[in-house]
Design a protein around this ligand. Sequence first.
Ligand SMILES: Cc1cc2nc3c(=O)[nH]c(=O)nc-3n(C[C@H](O)[C@H](O)[C@H](O)COP(=O)(O)OP(=O)(O)OC[C@H]3O[C@@H](n4cnc5c(N)ncnc54)[C@H](O)[C@@H]3O)c2cc1C
Length: 591
Amino acid sequence: MHYQPRPEDVRFLLNAVLDAPSRLNALAPFAEVDQALQSQVLEEAARFVGEVVAPINREGDEVGCRFDEGDVIAPPGFRAAYQGFVDGGWPALSAATEDGGQGLPAVLEAVLYEWLAAANHGFTMAPALLHGAYACLKHHASEELKQRYLQKIATGEWLATMCLTEAHAGSDLGQVRTRAEQQVDGSLRVSGGKIFISGGEHDLTPNIVHLVLCRLPDAPAGPKGLSLVLVPKLLPDGTRNAVHCERIEEKMGLHSSPTCSMRFDDATGWLVGEPGHGLAAMFVMMNSARLHVALQGIGLLDTAWQKADAYASERRQMRAPGPVPASRGNEPADLIAEHPAIRRILDTQRAWIDGARTLAYRSALMLDVAVHDADPKARERAQRWCAMVTPVLKAVCTQQAFHGASECLQVFGGHGYVREWGIEQVVRDARVTMIYEGTNEIQAIDLLVRKVLPDGGAAMSAVLLELRDTLDASREADADVQRRLAQLRYMGTTVAMAAHANPVLPYEVADDYLRVVALAMMAWAWARIEAADEAVATDGPGRAMRARAAAAFRRWVLPEFEMRLGIVKRACETVALTHSAAAVQPRGVAQ
Ligand SMILES: Cc1cc2nc3c(=O)[nH]c(=O)nc-3n(C[C@H](O)[C@H](O)[C@H](O)COP(=O)(O)OP(=O)(O)OC[C@H]3O[C@@H](n4cnc5c(N)ncnc54)[C@H](O)[C@@H]3O)c2cc1C
């Protein structure tokens, strides 16, 4: 069974819940992008993903990429599918038209990439970095580099990579050793080794544009000494540059995406941005990439859910407790979808998918507001939302992708553990999303230590107040969300105070904090989805599915909010107690 995108589900969230068409129409570049055009793009995207990309997923996993003396050969069907992707104008949907893009809103690109990942995660890895590379060059590259590379990247004619990781420098990029030396002609010579580079070598496009984090001579140690250098596989005169793939990794999953060890031997490159500002330039790319990884998580969970839901609607075992299901007929056993334990698994994953979708699509809308809104205050608010919410979504969506896909595998019993149904591939593929683009531990620290605590929780508080102001306190569900948002604001202050007494504490509770934020935001999303369903008042399978998911969210997901809040509170109280005990301890007495 291939993944089949369902545009009607997405349309409901975009139109009825997020009011995307009018929000976008208010931005000058999208004044003409009406609901009909958005709908048309979604329908076409669904068709391409369902008919072209999904069918080559299974063979891509089984055959994988092949390494042949420095060359990498993509699995069967991938070259043709990628060419179709380029011909259809899909690679960088939101890139500006003057650069060869479609000039469409980021939220449509977000939906496309979510569906691509759901259909074929390995294929999606190839173009996944294009939008980030495009944004990075657009903001930081010289006019000459833009002339040479921007359009090729925006159209997907050439693919791009992000070369950060080295054997000894993973999360800690300050340890990067790859060196770059200035040449008299203004170019640089790059030498060193990078590992785990997605799409470092392949036969999908003739040229590959590597964005390489490296160190110039005399650069200070640590992250401040890093610069970003563009190193193409083919030089402007068409000759081969001194950049080589030494091997590709054997991996747990994602077999159709080559993960390459790259060697740069005095390779020619050009500086992107200022010397020593490489990380800042790279972060333009990484923030965009992180939202896309969150979308990968949502897509992978949706594909796992689709498979499990279909299986549970056919497989019969034993009698289900409770009222006689309508589907029983003369059958000796009931559908496993009727068994409460299985129903709970399915509805819980659905709750994650649609709640997380609402938040991720809102983030994608904010990406456009942050750039195009005429009001500087609105731009500032949108930037704040993206800064706070991107690490939250990256971490929770990918965590749920793996754990939720594993739950979906459980729905198949032993049939899930064998290859036939394809669910085991989703579990294997999903695991890496918790690791790359900054591990989930790093996301939690980024949120709490780098973004929330430095201003005593003020920026996070502002984001939460904005959400509060969208709620209608006369609705019971909305009032409940308002209470949780208030608890969360208070918790930010509590952690900030406890951190003064014990600076290690925020690092210990960062993950709990991130999950409390995620759950409060999910509660907001579900309150808005339910309100929209009441307002639109249409019946149908989509509405029934959302009603079950909303109930599952309240019963099986949201209680984690209290649990995590309790963990953080207890940790802060312990610090306060230890601190006051230490304060009354007579001097000179050993502990
Ligand atoms: C399939 C795949 C594709 C990839 N694609 C790319 C790519 O295209 N480009 C690229 O540059 N890299 C890529 N990577 C590399 C990936 O980004 C790194 O693996 C990741 O950043 C973690 O680095 P590491 O593996 O060295 O783990 P480490 O940094 O050694 O981390 C090990 C463990 O320690 C934890 N840890 C480390 N530091 C801290 C800290 N300060 N606080 C708390 N916990 C910490 C981590 O969370 C992790 O659990 C890819 C990796 C894989 C597996």
